[in-house]
Design a protein around this ligand. Structure first.
Ligand SMILES: Nc1nc2c(ncn2[C@@H]2O[C@H](COP(=O)(O)OP(=O)(O)OP(=O)(O)O)[C@@H](O)[C@H]2O)c(=O)[nH]1
Ligand SMILES: [Mg+2]
Ligand SMILES: [Zn+2]
Length: 356
């Protein structure tokens, strides 16, 4: 179980904890957020929790709502089998992403993370542009990133070395661990990173093996995993962000593969009118090359050699960016509005029940 004396609750927190502990009964950690309520975890275990009316009244955007990993001040009811959340402690670190379309709107992914493991599968998923976006996300929230290349069993060692070189050539200096959940190769190096009382978050596309890795760590097969399609596409098996406490008090947050972060090149229609670039891209080293920074990119090579004009390339990038922007803003906004509306509605309904 989690102890308040764990290093996870560092001195930084303790100052705030004391201030609030007098008013309410306890400090707990958000372990999952569903549409209608949260789960929180304290020394006794995991229980459902709802937001107090005052808390809700003061919520101005979805960022103010609890997210997985948040420390909260909680008041217990029904012999400690349910709780009301009265406040959030300031987030020491966080992972969030911009809801496109606005400058200031963010969606929280997780809070109070010590290390974010950014997973990419060596097989189909490897993409430097996407990797960079995850690294930016981690840096934005003051989270230390470690890159994990998974499924090394599916490629040759020579191919793996090439990928590692490509990461370094792209200027990425973060630690990189390569591993296979299947053979267990590299697993010990990964395990050595983990420390009791610290919180780790797994990020990466659907199907890269995030949940499999947690199962392997726990030595059990409790959590659902599902095979990827022939093209390596995951099936979005994990559907919510959830915090697990493993033996020895190592904490892990599993997340569903993010669709929105991996849109580069995926939009239809942007290829029209740029057939020459598409043709060039057939010769790129990586099938999912973004033609912006990858080594072995035939499009960049064509610019160097003068075969492709810089102006035309810039036009291609501009169009691609626009189509991505629209796709993102529409999806992100619609989803966020719906989820937030639902949340507020149910909490308010439940509050009436409490009052009555
Ligand atoms: N060959 C191989 N397969 C793996 C490895 N790690 C995971 N897999 C398989 O990849 C598939 C997807 O793994 P998951 O753990 O469900 O992937 P995930 O990242 O949790 O995916 P989402 O929950 O959809 O975001 C499963 O069939 C796993 O057995 C690995 O190292 N090598
Ligand atoms: Mg999963
Ligand atoms: Zn390319």
């Amino acid at each position: 179980m989690m102890q308040l004396s764990d290093p996870g609750l560092e001195r930084w927190f303790e100052v705030h904890v004391d201030a609030i502990r007098n008013e309410v009964q306890g400090v707990a950690r958000v372990s999952a957020v569903d549409r209608n309520s949260c789960m929180i975890r304290n020394e006794q275990g995991e229980i459902p929790a709802e937001l107090s009316g005052k808390f809700l009244f003061n919520v101005e955007s979805s960022v103010d709502l609890p997210c997985v990993g948040d420390w909260v001040a909680a008041q217990y009811h029904n012999d400690g089998t349910s709780a009301i959340i009265h406040g959030l402690f300031p987030r020491k670190t966080f992972l969030r992403r911009k809801c496109a379309g606005t400058e200031v709107d963010y969606q929280m992914i997780a809070a109070n993370i010590d290390i974010a493991f950014i997973l990419q599968s060596c097989h189909f998923d490897f993409n430097l542009a996407r990797l960079n976006r995850y690294l930016v996300m981690a840096a934005d929230g003051h989270v230390e990133p470690i890159v994990i290349l998974t499924k090394t069993d599916l490629i040759s060692n020579a191919e793996l070395q090439e990928k590692l070189a490509a990461v370094r050539e792209a200027g990425i200096t973060s630690r990189v661990i390569t591993l296979s959940n299947l053979t267990g190769s590299g697993f010990d190096e990964f395990r050595r990173v983990l420390q009791p009382g610290r919180t780790y978050c797994l990020l990466g596309s659907s199907g890269v093996g995030k949940t499999t890795l947690i199962n392997r760590l726990a030595g059990r097969d409790d959590l659902n995993t599902k095979a990827v399609s022939g093209t390596g596409e995951g099936t979005h098996t994990t559907t919510r962000r959830q915090l697990f406490v493993l033996d020895e008090g190592v904490m892990f947050i599993d997340t569903p593969g993010m669709r929105e972060l991996g849109l580069l090149g995926a939009s239809e229609g942007i290829n029209k009118g740029f057939e020459d670039i598409i043709e060039l891209s057939m010769a790129c080293r990586y099938a999912d090359c973004s033609h912006t920074m990858e080594s072995g990119c035939a499009v960049l090579a064509a610019i160097e050699s003068g075969e492709l004009s810089r102006g035309r390339y810039a036009g291609y990038l501009k169009l691609r960016k626009e189509s991505e922007y629209h796709e993102l803003s529409y999806l992100g906004k619609r989803k966020k509005d719906r989820a937030f509306g639902r949340y507020v509605k149910t909490v308010k309904k439940d509050m009436k029940r409490w009052d009555g």
